[in-house]
Ligand binder design. Structure first.
Ligand code: PMP
Length: 390
């Protein structure tokens, strides 16, 4: 019998998934020397010493086994305290909180626990590269709603309303947003919450950048009327606590949802790494002030980079959160990919083409300011020369 090629025998929905556009671009960056990168969405800070020390001590004490499937109770207690203090919504650590392998796993669990094949899940574009594939991997139907420059990349509640059908089950939010840095104001959040209640939607709120909100910080949408019962609050330690490599995150939500997520987690993952859980607990207990120091530094960099981009003629709004800016490059006459490729080849500066975050990112680039101010200054000087030369 003639066999089909191996690739064609694999799961069809996986075959159809594209590889992340960001990865392709960084293959190119990695082949070059002396690149100043404004590309990576990862803090340039090393995890602070007390967090690292807690992990080292834990290993030295022989703490190398599994934890409970939901995660260490002491960590879940710290998480629920933290969420109540900073986000104004309270959860029970025993049954409404699960520790995951980053927000990445929490997103995957939540989608798989909630979606049936064919259910529509609305997400905002431009967005984190994983959202659409994650919905597809959970056999949902991704429905995008565009967040436009004229709205400072916030989600316009009316545009959301237009996308709702009788198949819509879930709304995925991420404010402050990767890649735009956009946040929602109180009126927008209130209206979005009202729409979710009216249409009985589940809401996943990816709060991974929420500590890094520089102005007008609001509590989570999970704290708005009627929202707690339908919302899964997803958060982690990668960004604000500079702990990407630890792979620690969590989800809080109503018992029924967490319990369903827990089943998938238990069979697929057992538990989040013990060492990461110990480190995460130390972060919540001891590292608030150090987190605020990093945040202050990000804020200064944001102001510098936004002013520099506008001064060189690339229109850029001042986002209130995350560590990204998303300038408009249409005045150069180049596409996002052309701009990023030429900037890389001609000036050794890496930025990410806006299209890596969805088609409506055309005409924009993402610059991360999770890079030292010296490197940002050099990058801005080179970029100014590049733009002037066009
Ligand atoms: N959500 C968003 C919006 C992100 O930008 C990222 C990482 N870039 C993640 C989730 C994944 O984070 P984690 O390291 O916690 O898996």
């Amino acid at each position: 019998m003639k066999k089909k090629p191996l690739k064609n025998r694999l799961a069809k929905h996986v075959q159809k998934l594209p590889k992340s556009g960001i990865r392709d671009f960084f293959e190119l960056v990695n082949q070059m020397d002396d690149v100043i990168s404004l590309g990576i969405g990862e803090p340039d800070f090393v995890t602070t010493k007390n967090i690292r020390q807690a992990a080292i001590d834990s290993l030295n004490n022989g703490n190398t086994g599994y934890t409970s499937n939901l995660g260490m109770l002491s960590l879940r207690e710290e998480v629920c305290k933290y969420v109540e203090t900073h986000y104004e919504v309270s959860y029970c650590p025993v049954e409404e909180c699960i520790i995951t392998v980053g927000v990445s796993e929490a997103l995957d669990l939540a989608m798989r626990a909630i979606l049936n094949p064919g259910d529509e899940a609305i997400y905002c574009e431009p967005c984190f590269v994983s959202y659409e594939p994650e919905i597809r991997m959970a056999f949902g139907e991704p429905v995008k709603v565009e967040c436009l420059e004229k709205d400072n990349f916030a989600l316009d509640p009316e545009k959301l309303r237009e996308k709702i059908t009788d198949k819509t089950k879930l709304l995925l939010l991420n404010f402050p947003c990767n890649p735009t840095g956009a946040t929602l104001n109180k009126q927008q959040m209130t209206q979005i919450a009202e729409i979710a209640v009216e249409h009985d939607l589940f809401v996943l709120t990816d709060e991974i950048y929420s500590e890094l909100t520089y102005e007008n910080r609001l509590p989570t949408i999970a704290s708005f009327p009627g929202m707690r019962e339908r919302t899964v609050f997803l958060h982690g330690f990668s960004k604000a606590y500079a702990m990407t490599g630890f792979r620690a995150g969590y989800a809080c939500g109503p018992f029924e949802i967490i319990d369903a997520m827990m089943k998938i987690h238990q069979y697929a993952m057992m538990c989040a790494p013990t060492i990461a859980q110990v480190a995460a607990e130390a972060a919540l207990k001891h590292s608030w002030d150090e987190m605020l120091e990093m945040k202050a530094e990000y804020r200064q960099r944001r102001d510098f980079i936004v002013d520099s981009l506008n001064a060189m003629g690339l229109k850029c709004f001042r986002p209130e959160g995350a560590f990204y800016v998303f300038p408009n490059i249409t005045s150069t006459g180049l596409t996002s990919m052309e701009f990023a490729s030429r900037l890389l080849k001609e000036c050794n500066v890496a930025v990410v083409p806006g299209t890596a975050f969805g088609q409506c990112g055309e005409g924009f680039i993402r610059c991360s300011y999770a890079t030292s101010i010296d490197e940002i200054k050099q990058a801005m000087t080179k970029m100014t020369q590049f733009v002037a030369s066009l």
